[in-house]
Design a protein around this ligand. Structure first.
Ligand code: NA7
Length: 542
């Protein structure tokens, strides 16, 4: 029999993390009809999925929080300098309830395909439940670190114990008491989880391929007076954050070269920063991410710290990172290095003894088999593009995102892709997103999209698409900026280097949030330079 026509809205928002929540709120407040979709059964995105022990933000919570509502930022209290995952998830839930966003979201629903019908100028989104929604515009707030990646090691399914990925942690938690546990991976997630798992497990083996740089968080409760003082200065702090590279007011924009000061002065500055507890050590001098000799000064400083903290010299040497600090994400930890001074912790250096297989009993390296009851995969994500490319995104006349991005992602301003009209990315490749305070970048993107859609409505336009030349120019600019830095010199997920076969393209815009906002705003001021518009088609116009 005839089925009801699909529901039609102005904007579909995919994902209900911090990006999706704010997009729903902002677009609805401008009078657009919106529909959200979320694969999980709750809001929070990253903070919904990553429930592993020790998960916390490595930006201070007073800055890693929404600024769009003065009441929200005045009324919400953060208990710690670096809030842990459960508190950040409570905050996401508070925001969803406070602004009435939950009814706008379909939970437990994954978008499997999105097809733009050129004749009707509508996106048709198909869910994994098999139903369809039509939307004039589609906002992909699908996150940059949302598709978990297991390593290509044979035998995982033969393992007879339990295994977990940090990015898809069981809601009920995991009790490792009395167990022999193996952790594979020492990025931000591993560095946070390892100290806590070590305290619970009977024995912990850490399987390390690349030693990270990790700085002490000096996490602590936030006293009331400090919070009050902060809240009084909030407008000033939020404004200052926009004028930085990372979108964090506390990360100052450096003016001096590391090589123009004396060694004593440099070491004092690094020491002060070490005791302060922030990841922004590369922001002390302006050439730490641009000049190898400058970088060596800070890399060596942290390498020596590692040697001081770990008692067994052989273990210490294996933990000393060798790449240039900052070219891969710097970690922030609580007791990470001291964990290797415990009797029940063994470091397995995979550079010496690579993993050969996962066996029914544990993990076999070139040095033999380690018997384990549980394995934790802290092995990261198919970052920035994985989640988007897992959705079949295409147009009715045969353009596919997968094909357009086959040699690496291409966007104009990180916001849109040529050939795929009315599809907006939040903090996507070509934007500074992943290198910055994500919530600040999310707000800027969503505000830009909301303004754009409001302008289009006012001018009676229904279709927006970046021009190919504008996109090529932006991609070239993003690459040129990256090539002036040391970033592309390391194997990192910024480059897709952690996923075998992924094109090696440095994906984020390194110019910082201030320059990026200026670029986006200038395009608007120049009448949306580089974008082409069209009115709604006569038939099927809504
Ligand atoms: P990351 O930073 O991508 O770290 C993944 C870790 O897993 C890293 O140490 C990898 O070593 C290791 N890994 C990956 N595959 C393997 C194999 N096959 N064998 C051994 N070790 C492996 O992910 P996180 O979840 O820690 O952090 C992601 C982001 O979340 C982080 O940057 C912050 O922005 C927050 P490798 O370095 O590839 O040698």
């Amino acid at each position: 029999g005839p089925s009801a026509p699909p529901r039609r809205v102005d904007v579909a928002v995919v994902g209900a993390g911090f990006g999706g929540l704010y997009a729903l709120h902002k677009l609805r407040s401008q009078g657009f009809e919106v529909q959200g979709f979320e694969a999980g059964d709750g809001v929070g995105g990253t903070w919904y999925w990553n429930r592993y022990p020790g998960a916390r933000c490595d930006f201070e919570s007073v800055e890693y929080s929404y600024s769009f509502s003065e009441e929200l930022q005045q009324e919400w209290s953060w208990s710690e300098r670096y809030a842990a995952q459960p508190e950040i998830l409570r905050y996401a839930n508070h925001v969803a309830d406070r602004f009435g966003l939950r009814p706008l979201i379909r939970f437990n629903t994954r978008i499997v395909s999105a097809v733009f019908d050129r004749a009707d100028a509508l996106w048709r989104l198909q869910t994994d439940a098999g139903d369809t929604l039509e939307a004039r515009h589609c906002v992909m707030a699908t996150g940059n670190l949302s598709t978990t990646k297991y390593p290509d090691i044979p035998g995982r399914d033969s393992f007879e114990g339990r295994y977990f990925h940090t990015g898809a942690w069981p809601h009920e938690g995991v009790d490792f008491s009395g167990q022999r546990v193996g952790v594979i991976g020492t990025g931000s997630s591993g560095v946070q989880a390892i100290p806590l798992i070590a305290r619970q497990a009977s024995h912990l083996h850490v399987f390390q391929r690349t030693p990270p740089y990790s700085l002490p968080a000096h996490n602590r409760p936030v006293p009331k007076e400090e919070e009050d003082a902060w809240k009084r200065r909030y407008p000033e702090i939020r404004a200052a954050a926009k004028k930085t590279i990372s979108g964090i007011a506390a990360f100052h924009k450096p003016t001096q070269s590391a090589l123009e000061v004396s060694e004593a002065e440099r070491l004092a500055a690094y020491e002060k920063h070490w005791n302060d507890g922030r990841t922004s050590i590369t922001r002390i001098y302006n050439d730490l991410l641009r000049n190898e000799a400058a970088n060596a000064t800070v890399s060596t400083f942290v390498q020596n710290k590692v040697r001081e903290m770990v008692r067994d010299p052989e273990v210490a040497e294996a933990l000393v990172p060798r790449h240039m600090l900052g070219t891969r994400r710097v970690c922030l930890d609580t007791d990470y290095y001291d964990t290797y001074n415990r009797d029940n912790v063994t470091l397995v250096d995979l550079q010496r003894t690579p993993i050969e297989a996962i066996t029914p009993r544990g993990i076999r390296t070139a040095a033999g088999e380690v018997a384990l009851d549980a394995i934790v995969f802290a092995t990261g994500f198919d970052a920035m593009t994985g989640t988007l490319l897992a959705i079949d995104i295409r147009t009715s006349d045969g353009v596919t995102l997968r094909e357009r991005w086959s040699a690496g992602p291409r966007t104009y301003l990180g916001l849109m892709t040529h050939g795929l009209p009315n599809l907006f990315l939040i903090t996507g490749p070509g934007s500074p997103g992943v290198l910055t305070n994500m919530i600040l970048s999310i707000e800027q993107h969503v505000d830009w999209v909301a303004q754009c859609l409001a302008d289009m409505r006012q001018r009676g336009l229904a279709v927006i698409e970046p021009e190919l030349a504008a996109q090529d120019g932006w991609v070239e600019h993003v690459n040129a900026l990256a090539d002036e830095t040391l970033y592309p010199r390391a194997n990192s997920w910024y480059l897709g280097a952690n996923v075998p076969g992924k094109p090696r393209v440095f994906m984020p815009y390194v110019g910082g949030v201030e320059a990026y906002r200026k670029a986006c705003d200038e395009v608007v001021a120049a009448g949306y330079r580089g974008f082409a518009f069209a009115p709604a088609p006569a038939a099927g116009a809504s």
